[in-house]
Design a protein around this ligand. Sequence first.
Ligand SMILES: C[S@@+](CC[C@H](N)C(=O)[O-])C[C@H]1O[C@@H](n2cnc3c(N)ncnc32)[C@H](O)[C@@H]1O
Length: 280
Amino acid sequence: MSASNQTSQIADTSALVLLWCGAEIYESSAVQRYAQMLDLSRGKKLFAVCNEIWPHYESVIRFRKICIQKEAKSILSHGDIRQVIVPGAGFSMLGIELFDLFSDIRVFELDAYQMQEKQTIVNSVFGATDREFHCMTVDVSDIEECRKCLTAAGWNCDEPSLMIIEGLTYYLPKDSVRSQWQYLPEKSKIIVEYLVPYEQVKVGRRDIPKQVFEVIMEYCSGALDVSHWSEEELKREAGVRVEFCHSLSDIEGLITGESRFFTERHEGWIEIAGLTRCSA
Ligand SMILES: C[S@@+](CC[C@H](N)C(=O)[O-])C[C@H]1O[C@@H](n2cnc3c(N)ncnc32)[C@H](O)[C@@H]1O
């Protein structure tokens, strides 16, 4: 299978994620309008197979999305960062939510697929406006091309940005992941979600993500390696400082006030870290 077919099928995972958790967690009316215009049929096949592996997988995606939106809103509410970049955005609703709630931000979404389609939907959701929401078609591992597209769209490379890397790190080699934040200026903020290494997840749980990603990778041609990260590794990264790291157990506790699915850190397999770009 060609690389472009493979990436095209990774794009189906964007619909898969939205089948697990959609507009119900967002507060803006723009997201509700956007949700009504989406066709998620491309994700249905994977959705059925993944739910067979673990019927509660929806909770993982829900906790991840609620946590990321809370952190993004908290960063933007300080008022000093007004540019938001979302690599691998797919049909995610988060950029739309933030754009609707923060009237002075500019949003730049990047994905290899279906970005023209998304731009058309976004334009129709917001109607005529001189505000800037750009959906751009680009391979996010091609950093020069990303910078070029962003700059052409009006991104100011000297002004700190918020970058949200969600649902993407597993599909990219680690060097491509770190190159996402390396082109941001100092004081930029990065929210990054990642899969923790297999051996760091408790026995009895570690095979759930393994099987789900095996199914996804097989669907996407079987040729990709899945990348993993850990808090310790992020702490050793040059050019970024770790500000927070939330496990699924922390997030479930914060959101629901109890630990139903993830009673301790090592029962969960994704984490969400907040980084600040700093000198290397
Ligand atoms: C699992 S979806 C996640 C979508 C969204 N970020 C979310 O969390 O809901 C992965 C997305 O990454 C995109 N993607 C994967 N590799 C990419 C690449 N090299 N360049 C651009 N987009 C990529 C896919 O097209 C897809 O839309």
